[in-house]
Design a binder for this molecule. Sequence first.
Ligand code: HEM
Length: 407
Amino acid sequence: MSAAAELLFDPFDPAFRADPYPFYDRLRAAAPAYWTPRGNVVLSRYDDVAWTLRSNDFSRDVEATANAPADPLVQAMRDRRRARAKTILNLDPPDHTRLRRLVSKAFTPSAIERLRPRVQQLVDDVLDRAEERGAIELVDELAFPVPFQVISDLLDMPVDRAEELRGWSQVITFGLEPTATLADLDAVDAAFAELIPYLLEVIERRRHDLGDDVLSSLIQVEEEGDRLDVGELIAFVTLLYIAGHETTVNLIGNATLALLRHPDELARWHDDPALGPQAVDELLRFDGPVQQTVRVPTTTVRYGEGSTAVEVPPGTIVTTLLGAANHDPAVFDDPHGLHLERPNAHRHLAFSAGVHYCLGANLAKLEAEVALGSLVRRFPGLRLDGTPTWRDRLTIRGADHLPLAVR
Ligand code: HEM
């Protein structure tokens, strides 16, 4: 493999992590189904990514279905990940179907719409305080606490240890990064070693005081004994809890930064508040927090046609670049432009597709629409007031410090 070929996809390159979009363009043009030096395939074309995510010929259970890697370090990492309980995110049907069904009722559009007044109230309280001070640190004051409170409400979890939980979940999600090391996985284990006893404590208390929250309904299913065991219960709650805030915080941050960099679009939303749902779709397309996910084919699959077709045998890890698909000019005109009125923005793959399509998509969209819509409506003079800092990540990507002036 030539050095030039290796450079096409390198998650270890800081320039790539800082701004992956120009790299995606080069990759899509040169090798849309690209074999990496490690023997994985990386997809950057919208149609290939969408087809892969929707196809039944792939597994999401990488630890169980991917070929053994040549590199012993990669094998050691895989063993460490395999030791953890599985969640719906890495289970295949029929287990995936059985578990997802247990909570899907709580995330239907109508169930989520009922949360709107609560989300609006939380956002208004934050923005009232910002208005008094003339400033807001967007991540700490709005983007983190609102989704965190909402998922805590849904599970009826106490919020008194929010900061510790935030720390643990940041460590745990770093374990999903393609650049994670064994030392990072040690840190993930240490975070789980604190998080799990905490969750067990909450679960034991709740067993004696069941309510109509999602955690109580999962405990009831576990107590019935045949559809959910206690390991699955803990893994499920952890996933909901972490996915419930760790991703939306980055959507709100990335989207605010995108709007500040496109003042005409910010003004457009200010002038037309009804733009909300469409604007959120475009912001998800433009710079979604989850840039990539993986699948493993269970049979030989083929990308492209004729002499340039790429055949991928079963057991190969296939990385689908959601961010690259969302900037594919074959589907989105002027893909690197932000156009809140883009007619096909809803076709984005920021929430993936197929059976693993994000369970919390309706909730994330509601939170973003209320938080961003309120920010834009109330503070048309919104501007940066300091230097934003960026989390150096790819799988879940976003700003971690965004100081703003609101007057
Ligand atoms: C902007 C915010 C969010 C983004 C961009 C996002 C993105 C994603 C993506 C890309 C997947 C699928 C990964 C794959 O196909 O391999 C996913 C799955 C999932 N998400 Fe989200 N998510 C967000 C917010 C949320 C929220 C608020 C929740 C709340 C509970 C949530 C819960 C889940 C769960 C449980 C799954 C696993 C679904 C399954 O495997 O069947 N997400 N999310």
